[in-house]
Design a protein. Structure first.
Lengths: 261, 259
């Protein structure tokens, strides 16, 4: 608990620096491209176009409005995997800086989270445009989205802390992470609904900490429903547990990072 | 006159583990683990160093390459947490250890001023107030809105020096930074360092230029193999430093530099 308060206090204290670093990331990502920030909107929009073409006309999935079904969880997943892949490198990548200036190390993982969070928020705009376009009802439960988004952000931050610290000691970590992420993608009900999984195996899938968050996104956008209270509670318990483990290990080792980056 | 120490270093040892062929991957680690041969040695870059620097003093840190000058500076800057001993620093500190460490090549000079200032611990407002005088001192003109990657190395150094010194720190740590830049800019930088000194700021200066030590420093400290070998009056410390040199090197150093 104390640890979480400490983290929150540091985030508030260094908010200007974190914000500037996150914006720097986005600026660098979109610099030298004619469309600039528009790419943050265009990317998911074009992705939707491809998916709609593939699934609606070629594969004939037995799920109505499949692009909406898919994208409402694919976008949060993309956020998670990109933030994690990018964030895992945040300490090693800023090694030059860490070796020269005394800095609170936590700013780098947090900035990685923030820059990707901005991207996620931007990508929701094309999703909101797609929904009426496909004549899918636009539910009031969209208003619930900040809740699973918060849980997902907390979980992601914890994972970034964990992997960025581990990556300092063993550079294998970022490679392993790539494999883990692609496996994780398939065991999470993103391209399929959980009902597709036979009842007797379903408990295995429920061990996946992301399933509760994914469920929240899909219920709100696709089904127009709210998740059960237990499901919401489970998503936050997983999130805070991950944050606690990740930040605890990160803090324990942060003073030694400078010798290994 | 009693002066409060601005920098208080007590019995500090900085140990580095030098790993021969450090196992960068799990596979190597595993292989090493099976063979039971951890091949490393410990190396003390700084050994039992105690140093008090009173407020307002300018101290020159001299010594041969690898004597521990930069390590000591980084310990004072808080980059390394020493293996043993304690460090206390009173006041705000600007490390000019490597200029422009936080610069991103794709961002413009103006964007980098803000980021670098925030990294040094200043607020957005403080940086906005100083932006004008930083740009003026760096003599960048229209280049300030161009990406830093298009700068010449002189422009880069000028901007970095301007950011680090315009923020008005209590303590300035300078590591061999004036090696780059042309003569007029060097003079300008030295002028700024001089004015820092007059305003009672504390400065720790690492350089191989003995003339600058003589001209500017109140005190010199000689490091050799991580230990303090001599300290006190710059002239005497420089003399004991030269005992470590070959006769030819001494002769070269005694020849006045024409500028």
């Amino acid at each position: 608990m104390l640890l979480m308060i400490q983290l929150l206090r540091d985030v508030v204290r260094y908010r200007e620096l974190i914000w500037a670093l996150a914006l720097k990331e986005l600026k660098v990502r979109y610099k030298r491209s004619v469309l600039g920030f528009l790419w943050a909107l265009l990317n998911p929009a074009l992705l939707m176009l491809v998916l709609t073409a593939v699934f609606a006309s070629i594969m004939k999935f037995p799920i109505p409005h499949y692009p909406v079904f898919l994208l409402c969880v694919l976008l949060p997943w993309t956020f998670f995997s990109q933030a994690l892949a990018y964030g895992a490198e945040s300490i090693v990548g800023n090694g030059d800086l860490i070796k020269k200036v005394k800095l609170p190390k936590m700013i780098f993982p947090v900035a990685a989270l923030v820059s990707n969070l901005i991207n996620l928020l931007l990508s929701l705009i094309p999703l909101a445009l797609l929904v009426p376009l496909l004549r899918h009802p636009f539910y009031a439960t969209w208003l619930y989205l900040p809740v699973p988004m918060l849980a997902l952000a907390i979980f992601t931050l914890g994972a970034i802390f964990f992997f960025s610290a581990a990556n300092v000691y063993y550079r294998d970590v970022s490679h392993i992470l790539q494999v883990v992420l692609s496996a994780w993608f398939y065991i999470t009900p993103i391209i399929y609904p959980l009902d597709f999984i036979p009842e007797k195996f379903r408990w295995i899938f429920k061990l996946n900490p992301l399933i509760y968050v994914v469920n929240g996104f899909r219920l709100a956008v696709y089904y127009g429903q709210l998740p059960h209270l237990q499901s919401i509670a489970a998503s936050f318990i997983c999130a805070f547990l991950m944050l606690f483990i990740g930040f605890y290990l990160f803090r324990k080792h942060q003073n030694d990072f400078v010798f290994y980056v | 006159m009693e002066r409060t120490p601005a920098i208080h270093v007590e019995n500090v040892t900085q140990r580095f583990r030098v790993i021969h062929e450090r196992p960068d991957t799990v596979r190597e680690l595993f292989a090493r683990f099976l063979r039971h041969n951890a091949s490393f040695h410990d190396f003390d870059a700084v050994k039992r160093v105690s140093l008090n620097i009173p407020k307002g003093q300018m101290v020159g840190l001299i010594g041969r390459n690898g004597s521990g000058k930069s390590t000591l500076l980084k310990i004072i800057a808080g980059v390394y947490r020493p293996t043993k001993g304690t460090v206390q620093v009173e006041g705000t500190l600007a490390p000019l250890i490597e200029l422009g460490a936080g610069f991103h090549p794709e961002l413009t000079g103006r964007e980098n001023i803000l980021i670098n200032g925030l990294l040094l611990g200043y607020s957005k407002r403080e940086m906005a107030e100083r932006e004008g005088s930083i740009i003026e001192f760096a003599e960048l003109g229209d280049f300030i809105d161009a990406p830093v990657k298009q700068y010449s190395s002189g422009m880069y150094t000028r901007l970095a020096f301007a950011v680090a010194t315009e923020v008005d720190p209590d303590i300035l740590l300078l590591d061999e930074i004036l090696a780059v830049g042309d003569a007029p800019f060097k003079q300008k930088c030295l002028g700024r360092i001089e004015s820092f000194r007059e305003r009672g700021k504390t400065i720790v200066y690492v350089t191989h230029d003995m003339q600058q030590i003589r001209n500017y420093c109140d005190r010199a400290v000689l490091l050799e193999r991580g230990e303090i070998m001599a300290e006190g009056d710059p002239e005497e410390v420089i003399r004991s430093y030269m005992t470590l040199w070959s006769p030819e090197a001494v002769a070269a150093a005694m020849t006045p530099v024409t500028s």
